[in-house]
Design a protein around this ligand. Structure first.
Ligand SMILES: [Zn+2]
Length: 220
């Protein structure tokens, strides 16, 4: 089954991260409108070898505002727009319930993230960044140990600095990004830096340990 620790997986919220939020719910494929740059960011992650999955509350299903056929149409549109960019969302995990259903998958509860963990066979989610635009996205993510990332689009676009600070206070380790592009660049940049450090360490060990040990004293 390969090396699980090598699996690179990122979990994104949908509305407000990939597509524009609507106060009256995104109810059709036509209303699924990508946030500028977001799909390009997904493509960048996908091409770098990351699995991109979505975890989203879709209570519009439970409220009868749209049906499963329509939800599938939205996600077909999403992947159809991603394909020419060289991007892909591997899977969409969604909660179809209304709040009064008292399910275990509606964020901030961690059911969707637990499903993702099981699906990908991960023992631990510490290496899995999760991106959201609301506190409840981040609460669901950190409940299973994911690293929380706030992107300031969607509902987080209107947060002022005090609002962001309030989130930081509630969410230790929170990383804040201006856009999904900024998130992707930060993630891939950190990965490149780690690889460079690993290669440098490999060279150092191959050359016989610490540089000081490679030169023999000339005086006796
Ligand atoms: Zn649910």
């Amino acid at each position: 089954m390969g090396d699980r620790s090598a699996l690179r997986l990122v979990v994104l919220d949908r509305d407000g991260i990939l597509n524009e939020n609507r106060d009256d719910y995104v109810k059709s494929a036509d209303e699924w409108v990508p946030i500028p740059g977001a799909l390009e960011a997904v493509a960048k992650l996908h091409q770098a070898g990351w699995h991109v999955v979505v975890a989203t509350n879709q209570s519009g299903l439970g409220r009868g505002l749209f049906d499963m056929y329509t939800l599938n149409e939205m996600h077909l549109k999403m992947n159809a727009l991603l394909a020419p960019l060289g991007g892909k969302v591997d899977a969409v995990f969604f909660c179809p319930h209304a709040p009064e259903d008292n399910c275990r998958c509606r964020k901030p509860l961690p059911g969707l993230f637990e499903d993702i963990r099981v699906r990908f066979g991960l023992d631990d989610m510490a290496a899995v960044p999760a991106v959201g635009n609301t506190l409840r996205d981040l609460q669901a993510a950190t409940a299973v140990g994911c690293a929380p990332h706030l992107v300031r689009t969607g509902k987080a676009a209107t947060l002022d600095d005090m609002g962001v600070q309030a989130l930081r206070d509630q969410m230790p380790g929170l990383v804040v990004h201006a856009s999904l592009t900024a998130f992707a660049d930060a993630l891939l940049g950190a990965e490149r830096k780690k690889h460079r450090a690993t290669r440098a360490e490999g060279k150092r060990l191959a050359s016989g340990g610490a540089p000081a040990a490679t030169s023999t004293p000339t005086s006796t």
